[in-house]
Design a protein around this ligand. Structure first.
Ligand code: DWN
Ligand code: SAH
Ligand code: ZN
Length: 416
């Protein structure tokens, strides 16, 4: 795998995409591994890194300067299981139908998904007996997908893995990914791999949290160790142009607080939707190609940090209790950047068994099973899983009925 960490004496580094020399515009301070829920005995050895963000004006990539190695983040103890959200399962069912509509004329369809996790997407292809392969380096989640009858391997996708895949299975009709492309620092090797893997008329469909939404709503919690990049249509266009791919469609998504689905094919192979030029123009208007935008973003992050902390402190000083709801990866940035501790929130309730009984990364707030929530309703619940608010509000009506209040911070800090 190609992963060359840069470590220069000044604060500059080479853009992960185009090697242009760039400098971070902001630091979120020392951050831990966002999915490293840990036991008390491991507190002293916890890994931290300085989380700094930069924008490359040459290829428009918004990126982290440093992050832990991919193996430190994605391994047999990975704590995120995609299947924890029912609405996401519905979302991926619809995603799979769209993929099929693109490859319906292919007599021998073959779908490759990277970041296939517990099989939430590929189960839709497996059920239809469509040849598929999932590639994901986190063994525990891959094992769950295999139990569902999915064909998957434990590996980090890159150019070499693409070659091995073609040797074993032949070329792919569709390369798909959700919330994983933005996790990969050696993104050029991924594009090389896609180029090797794809049939000439193949289609590339993936989605990730969208930079335009993060800037608009100041959802800086999308920035954490795993997210090397926050993409825009401009950055994806640049990243794929080197291998002759073009954007053929762009479809905004509501998932994960605002995402973008990117659809690409070899230049000239498929019709280009008018959405592409429309969204590229909107990005220009929003300033997603300009470094000035990120100076404003930095100020907005600092203001949100102050506001959230003062809201929590005000509630605590009135003697009321607060608990976190959903120990999301995103909450690691909120908690550690804002300086939220066990003095602010008593615990975080979460449905994932391997997080329960452990402590949150960095700030060491206890994680409790979701089943305990209704036994000990707090006065206020801080909604770390705001991207699942529809699903969560629907199942927590009793919390509100008995007088509980939600604290949300996207798009604004509100008590509801
Ligand atoms: O990009 C990524 C996305 C796809 O998923 C990964 N890098 C990691 C992960 O991010 P996240 O942890 O912020 O994802 P979610 O889906 O916002 O949060 C999942 C967490 O929320 C799980 O620990 C389960 C919990 N949860 C809960 O306790 N009650 C979730 C739901 C829907 C609930 O009702
Ligand atoms: N697609 C799922 C999971 C996203 S979490 C969803 O949207 O819910 C990101 C996943 O990407 C993790 O399971 C992680 O193990 C995997 N991953 C990270 N780097 C990868 C790489 N180089 N190749 C394939 N998968 C990778
Ligand atoms: Zn660049």
């Amino acid at each position: 795998m190609k992963y060359n960490k840069t470590d220069k004496k000044d604060n500059t580094f080479n853009c992960w995409v185009c090697s242009n020399e760039i400098e971070p515009f902001m630091s979120f301070g020392k951050q831990p591994i966002a999915n490293n829920f840990l036991l008390e005995k491991d507190f002293d050895n916890e890994y931290f890194f300085e989380m700094e963000t930069a924008f490359c004006p040459n290829c428009y990539s918004f990126q982290l300067k440093n992050q832990p190695s991919p193996e430190q983040m994605f391994n047999e103890n990975y704590a995120f299981f995609s299947g924890t959200s029912k609405l996401m399962a519905d979302h991926f069912k619809k995603f799979s139908s769209m993929v099929l509509s693109f490859i319906e004329s292919d007599k021998d369809p073959f779908v490759v998904e990277i970041g296939s996790n517990d099989g939430i997407m590929l189960t839709n292809f497996a059920k239809k007996n469509i040849k598929h392969l999932g590639i994901d380096p986190s063994e525990n989640v891959v094992n769950v997908s295999k139990e569902k009858g999915i064909n998957a391997v434990v590996d980090f996708f890159d150019e070499e893995v693409a070659k091995k895949t073609v040797e074993k299975y032949g070329k792919a009709s569709a390369f798909i990914a959700a919330n994983v492309m933005c996790h990969i620092p050696y993104i050029n090797s991924i594009v090389d791999g896609i180029d090797i893997l794809m049939k000439d008329d193949g289609v590339v469909i993936f989605e990730d949290p969208y930079l335009g939404e993060v800037v608009k709503k100041t959802t800086y919690d999308q920035i954490y160790d795993e997210h090397t990049f926050l993409f825009s249509a401009h950055s994806i266009k640049e990243i794929f142009a080197r291998k002759g791919f073009e954007l053929i469609d762009l479809i905004p998504q509501e998932t994960h607080g605002g995402s973008m689905r990117y659809i690409l094919a070899k230049k000239g192979a498929r019709t280009v939707s008018k959405n592409v030029s429309e969204i590229l123009n909107l990005e220009q208007d929003q300033g997603l190609t300009s470094p000035e935008t990120f100076k404003i973003f930095k100020n907005n992050c600092e203001e949100y940090k102050r506001k959230l902390l003062s809201t929590l402190e005000e509630i605590r000083s009135s003697g009321k209790s607060i608990a976190g709801y959903a120990a999301t990866s995103k909450s690691t940035t909120i908690i550690n950047y804002c300086g939220i501790t066990n003095n602010h929130i008593d615990c975080i309730y979460d449905t994932t068994p391997i997080k329960q009984g452990k402590f949150s990364p960095g700030s060491h707030i206890p994680i409790k099973p979701h089943s305990d929530f209704s036994q000990n309703y707090p006065d206020y619940a801080l909604l770390f899983g705001y991207n699942h608010s529809k699903e969560i509000f629907a199942k927590e009506k009793d919390f509100v009925a008995q007088g509980g209040k939600w604290i949300t911070y996207v798009p604004d800090i509100k008590i509801i």
